[in-house]
Design a protein around this ligand. Structure first.
Ligand SMILES: *C1O[C@H](CO)[C@@H](O)[C@H](O)[C@H]1NC(C)=O
Ligand SMILES: *[C@@H]1O[C@H](CO)[C@@H](O)[C@H](O)[C@H]1NC(C)=O
Ligand SMILES: *[C@@H]1O[C@H](CO)[C@@H](O)[C@H](O)[C@H]1NC(C)=O
Ligand SMILES: *[C@@H]1O[C@H](CO)[C@@H](O)[C@H](O)[C@H]1NC(C)=O
Ligand SMILES: *[C@@H]1O[C@H](CO)[C@@H](O)[C@H](O)[C@H]1NC(C)=O
Ligand SMILES: *[C@@H]1O[C@H](CO)[C@@H](O)[C@H](O)[C@H]1NC(C)=O
Ligand SMILES: *[C@@H]1O[C@H](CO)[C@@H](O)[C@H](O)[C@H]1NC(C)=O
Ligand SMILES: *[C@@H]1O[C@H](CO)[C@@H](O)[C@H](O)[C@H]1NC(C)=O
Ligand SMILES: *[C@@H]1O[C@H](CO)[C@@H](O)[C@H](O)[C@H]1NC(C)=O
Ligand SMILES: *[C@@H]1O[C@H](CO)[C@@H](O)[C@H](O)[C@H]1NC(C)=O
Ligand SMILES: *[C@@H]1O[C@H](CO)[C@@H](O)[C@H](O)[C@H]1NC(C)=O
Ligand SMILES: *[C@@H]1O[C@H](CO)[C@@H](O)[C@H](O)[C@H]1NC(C)=O
Length: 540
């Protein structure tokens, strides 16, 4: 670890313990700057009148006020301001200008290889600022009980490595520190020791984009007994943190604004409210979206592999993605019924036990979805009408995934579903993986055949009863599924033709018999062998 950095932090903490009223101290520091604005500095004012106080600011002078005659000058009895110095000149100038009662120091643009904070000249400072320079290293340790309340090391090209060669916790002794400005550097570690002393502190870490988010989260979670945060982030909006691999909430984003952490904390709370209770879904911000109402955090919820028998309810507000893969869910009804599903755009229910999508008919989800994956379920039919007009080429691209379902295939499947799949293949990337219910033994169907199993004792070769089809729906051939009905109709035609033929023969025979009877006077066989019937009398 960087001992230099730690030393600084220790020093800050050390100083902090000596000042009871921090705010007052900071106010005192501000006052000199205001006084300086009056051009002629008349004899020191006896009791400082304390004009406007800038809370959370160290003694700080702009470049225009740089001393012209020397490197350092007193701007008021308690404050010293230096500009454009190197280590040697700084030492020299401070030796002259620092008084025992000097409590404020601002050094602008110091080019120093090693800044030793343990020097006696800094011992009495309550406000110490080394800004807008280039500091090679910060060494030494602030003395025990240092009164420093405000420390500004902004914009010095500092890295964590430069902060801590020798001492582990640089700010450990800064017990009176209430403001730390380490902005515009390149620190990679957060001064966590600052938040371990149970004191309130304001820190500005903006412009250090490589500080791990984990550290910020810890600092944000640090509360005193009163549940108010110990750490206030100055320049909050411009403070960013880096997500490392473990803290992998925001997938494609490396550097995020720290407000995302607060959002995540709130999200964790609503995530725990998902029912059934205790299923430990994880909820992450999916992305920000500008809506008319302002910026909205869209949420992705993952409840996969939770042994759920039904869809979870009471999702966090603005849930747009839900992953409930690998559960035992049988129904999609909640998607239509539960109001917390109304913003859903992506639903992943792979590897469940759902047997139809009819429950989604007319739901908001069907109108809105961009991705719906229901692969490896127990769908028996694809009710394509539920998805009518969904895959129009206009509008947002929509993907639907249904592979790994073993549906019941018949002629209708071949005539309706197969063309539908082919037509929408762009939107159904895995359309080739939609299967007809197994060819192969009926009893090895996913559901089996209960009747067959029940009566297996009486049907010794029950295992040999085969299903007709198997294989991808798109490879169904008309001949496989539609031949039975066609045979039947063909047969009907044969029968009709045969009947017509028989009728014609009959008519011909009767006509022939009549002609023979009329001309020869006898009836040919078999008419002459037929018994006389009552109606025959009528004929004669
Ligand atoms: C540090 O602050 C405490 C109160 O917070 C105060 O009593 C003490 O005098 C301060 N220490 C110094 C050295 O100013
Ligand atoms: C620290 O110094 C920077 C750069 O000069 C300045 O912008 C900032 O306001 C100072 N911070 C505090 C807390 O005084
Ligand atoms: C600080 O000390 C100097 C000389 O020791 C003195 O002139 C000045 O009045 C003192 N200032 C205050 C505010 O006490
Ligand atoms: C900072 O000080 C160095 C000398 O120490 C000087 O060369 C440089 O110009 C100064 N930078 C600015 C911005 O004035
Ligand atoms: C910042 O420090 C590095 C060394 O750590 C140095 O190479 C670089 O020139 C410095 N940048 C500036 C702007 O001084
Ligand atoms: C800041 O630190 C990061 C990581 O350590 C490094 O990649 C980057 O170049 C540094 N930036 C500057 C300006 O030194
Ligand atoms: C909690 O905060 C309130 C006001 O915000 C304050 O009156 C009270 O003393 C605090 N309690 C503790 C234990 O800090
Ligand atoms: C802090 O405590 C107050 C009551 O003391 C409570 O109303 C508030 O919700 C709490 N805040 C957090 C963030 O827990
Ligand atoms: C949110 O909860 C997850 C565990 O589900 C935890 O790892 C993470 O640290 C929490 N984040 C915040 C900001 O509380
Ligand atoms: C959820 O997490 C809690 C504690 O982390 C654990 O006790 C519980 O068993 C988990 N529940 C499930 C369903 O994993
Ligand atoms: C859904 O969850 C499963 C299991 O955790 C995972 O393998 C899959 O990649 C997730 N799918 C999406 C689209 O996030
Ligand atoms: C859920 O399904 C798995 C296999 O898919 C099975 O092992 C498990 O027993 C089922 N759980 C319940 C509660 O049905």
């Amino acid at each position: 670890m960087c001992s230099c950095q730690m030393a600084l932090w220790c020093l800050a903490a050390y100083l902090a313990c000596h000042v009871p009223c921090i705010e007052m101290r900071v106010d005192d520091l501000e006052q000199p700057a205001v006084k300086y604005n009056e051009p002629p500095a008349p004899p020191p004012v006896p009791a400082p009148p304390r004009p406007e106080l800038k809370h959370g600011k160290c003694y700080h002078m702009p470049r225009e006020r740089c001393p012209t005659t020397a490197k350092c000058a007193r701007t008021d009895p308690a404050s010293v301001f230096c500009c454009d110095v190197d280590s040697f000149r700084l030492k020299e100038a401070l030796a002259i200008v620092m008084m025992p009662n000097t409590t404020n120091l601002h050094v602008l643009n110091a080019s120093i290889e090693e800044l030793d904070v343990s020097q006696a000249v800094f011992r009495r400072l309550a406000s110490m600022a080394f800004t807008d320079g280039n500091i090679g290293k910060i060494v030494g340790q602030f003395p025990k009980y240092s009164p420093i309340a405000c420390l500004n090391i902004s914009n010095n090209n500092l890295t964590t490595a430069k902060l801590q060669p020798s001492i582990q916790r640089p700010f450990a002794y800064l017990f009176n520190l209430t403001v730390l400005d380490a902005s515009a550097n390149n620190l990679t570690e957060f001064p966590l020791s600052l938040v371990q002393s149970n004191r309130k502190i304001s820190v500005d870490l903006s412009g250090n984009n490589y500080l791990p988010c984990k550290h910020f989260q810890k600092a944000m979670e640090a509360n005193n007994n009163n549940n108010s945060s110990l750490v206030t982030f100055l320049n909050y909006k411009n403070t960013y943190c880096a997500l490392d691999l473990v803290f992998n909430w925001f997938k494609d984003v490396k550097i995020v604004q720290i407000d995302h952490l607060r959002i995540q904390t709130e999200l964790n709370v609503s995530c725990r409210n998902i029912t059934p209770a205790g299923i430990n879904c994880t909820c992450v911000p999916e992305r920000l979206e500008l809506l008319s109402a302002g910026v909205t955090n869209l949420v992705a919820v993952d409840c996969s592999r939770r042994h759920l028998a039904q869809l979870p309810a009471n999702l966090p507000p603005n849930t747009v993605k839900l992953n409930v893969s690998y559960n035992n869910i049988t129904s999609l009804q909640a998607v239509s019924d539960d109001p917390s599903y109304e913003h859903l755009r992506q639903l992943i229910v792979d590897y469940n036990d759902i047997d139809n999508i009819v429950e989604l008919e007319g739901s908001k989800f069907i109108d809105n979805f961009m991705y719906f994956s229901i692969s490896h379920n127990k769908l028996k039919t694809i009710h394509t009408y539920v998805l009518s007009n969904k895959f129009d080429t206009t509008g947002i691209f929509t993907a639907f995934s249904i592979g790994g379902n073993y549906i019941h295939c018949d002629c209708n499947t071949e005539k309706v579903l197969k063309p539908w799949l082919l037509e929408n293949s762009r939107n159904i990337p895995d359309y080739r993986a939609l299967q007809c219910a197994h060819g192969g033994p009926v009893v090895e169907l996913r559901e089996g055949d209960p009747w067959l199993l029940e009566n297996s004792r009486n049907i010794p070769d029950y295992r040999a009863l085969q299903c007709a089809h198997g294989g991808p729906v798109v490879e169904l051939r008309e001949g496989d599924v539609c031949h039975a009905p066609r045979d039947w109709t063909d047969y009907i035609y044969y029968i009709i033709a045969l009947e017509a033929l028989v009728l014609a023969l009959l008519v011909a025979k009767v006509s022939y018999d009549y002609w023979v009877f009329k001309s020869a006077g006898y009836l040919p066989w078999p008419a002459n062998k037929m018994p006389r019937l009552p109606c025959d009398w009528l004929c004669e």
